[in-house]
Ligand binder design. Structure first.
Ligand code: PLP
Length: 452
């Protein structure tokens, strides 16, 4: 064991980790990164198959993002955003408004803080609007919105939530349109519409006490890359408007091109014309949520930054002479200039390199390479959207996830299955040779790892 691994066990408390497990599998001691590669102290290279926990878009040590941050360093590294403003945060807000149609940007540091901001803003909007009874939140079964107390209250992942249940505020969970739960013979669209009926039934009864519905559009990441039909998004929008409940789109993981469009909300579909849930393609409409939460990829995986975008209408309800009607929420590093410059460099790369179109080509290539896995006798529910691929391992025993991760490292790939779900979420700089390496490693592991 390297001395770094000894020292980390002595002085650190690692996130989302039972520290005792590090006795058997010490953390990788990373010395540097290079594009899609992580390189450890001894010079061993690992393909970052999960984009460093879903944050990295354009590789490690990206020269363009590096240059933007270095340039900003010589100007201003940080200044408080209460009472001050600066060019990078204003420019970023202008560009995000243009991309989403949501004209007001409030910044935080992490994804969980964005969730907290959206929940508090929604609640406060209704108070400012003479509806103080709208205090409850609804979310999807198996949804994930972060680990702070407020965000965990709308999260529905037992492993993260159960221990803290007595600490949390009650919220109601709607059936998840995750197509793996469709009945035999039922299309993903018909199932999503059936789930939307449950949402409507809940809203009919509880709209007066409900402030907002929060969901992860198209992919429930922490649930194990659960995917659902985009008709659910247009139904959720329609129902939230009808029953006067805010729709919060948590695009923290799926924003910035991950699902094949800049934002997942752009892919919302109307029900297919052939009748309810016939399973054809409905018309693409895209939806605008009342709040959109962004983080993770926003800074290309460089610096902690999150953002909640919202509408003119919601913004206007806080705009008053009275101080207490304002949104008196803050984080010390709100709108940090270095993080905003990283985010601006990310948006430049999207524009200059035609990233969304280039990713479509890469995705086709990788999907074809994963064909042996799709057909593997142990693989179930192979699924793919944009730059996310996942499948469930039918006979995954307990401990599968760690055994698979360890075996993947031996193959030079960093993967981290969620329970029995193996997924790939590579940085967009991935090239054909990298994809072949990952596909080959995963197929080999599937033949060998963690069978009961
Ligand atoms: C990661 C994530 C969060 C929380 O973000 P942190 O930066 O880890 O606090 C919230 N929502 C979704 C959908 C996420 O994937």
């Amino acid at each position: 064991m390297s001395s770094l691994q000894d020292r980390t066990r002595q002085f650190l408390w690692h996130p989302c980790t039972q520290m005792k497990h590090l006795e058997a599998l010490p953390p990788l001691a990373i010395a540097r990164g290079e594009g899609p590669w992580l390189i450890d102290e001894s010079g061993r290279r690992y393909l970052d198959g999960i984009s460093s926990w879903w944050v990295n878009l354009f590789g490690h040590a990206n020269p363009r993002i590096n240059a933007a941050i270095v340039d900003q360093l010589s100007k201003i590294e940080h200044v408080m955003l209460a009472g001050c403003t600066h060019e990078p945060v204003v420019q970023l807000s202008e560009r995000l408004a243009k991309l989403t149609g949501l004209g007001h940007a409030f910044y935080g540091s992490d994804g969980a803080s964005a969730t907290e901001i959206a929940l508090k803003m929604s609640f406060h909007f209704w108070r400012n609007s003479g509806k103080p009874g709208k205090t409850n939140f609804i979310s999807l079964q198996n949804g994930y919105h972060g680990e702070t107390v407020g965000a965990l209250s709308v999260t529905d992942v037992a492993l993260f939530k159960d221990q803290y249940a007595p600490l949390l505020r009650q919220s109601a969970q709607m059936p998840s349109p995750d197509f793996r739960h469709a009945e035999a013979g039922e299309s993903a669209e018909a199932f999503a519409l059936r789930c939307a009926d449950f949402l409507e039934a809940h809203l009919q009864q509880h709209a007066d006490s409900t402030a907002a519905f929060i969901l992860e559009p198209l992919v429930q990441g922490a649930a194990g890359m659960a995917m659902y039909h985009p008709v659910y998004l247009s139904k959720a929008r329609e129902l939230c408007t009808k029953y006067e409940v805010h729709l919060i789109a948590d695009e923290i993981a799926v924003g910035f091109g991950r699902t094949g469009t800049m934002f997942a909300c752009e892919q919302a579909l109307l029900p297919s014309p052939r009748g309810k849930g016939a399973g054809g393609e409905g018309a693409g409409v895209g939806i605008q949520p009342d709040f959109m939460c962004l983080s993770k990829g926003i800074s290309g995986g460089y610096l902690p930054l999150s953002c909640v975008l919202t509408t003119d209408e919601i913004y206007a309800a806080f705009y008053a002479d009275e101080t207490a009607k304002g949104f008196l929420h803050s984080h010390s590093y709100t709108g940090n200039p270095l993080a905003c410059r990283a985010a601006l460099a990310v948006l430049d790369i999207f524009e200059e390199d035609g990233v969304i179109a280039a990713n479509r080509k890469k995705a086709e290539t990788f999907t074809a390479m994963l064909e042996p896995i799709r057909n593997h006798p142990r693989a179930r529910h192979f699924r793919h959207l944009g730059m996310i691929w996942a499948f469930d391992v039918a006979d995954a025993a307990s401990g599968f996830s760690r055994a698979f991760a360890e075996a993947a490292l031996a193959q030079g790939v960093l993967l981290r299955p969620i329970g029995g779900t193996v997924y790939f979420m590579p940085p967009y700089v991935i090239e054909e040779a990298h994809m072949a390496h990952m596909a080959q490693a995963a197929a080999t592991l599937l033949d060998a790892t963690g069978q009961t």
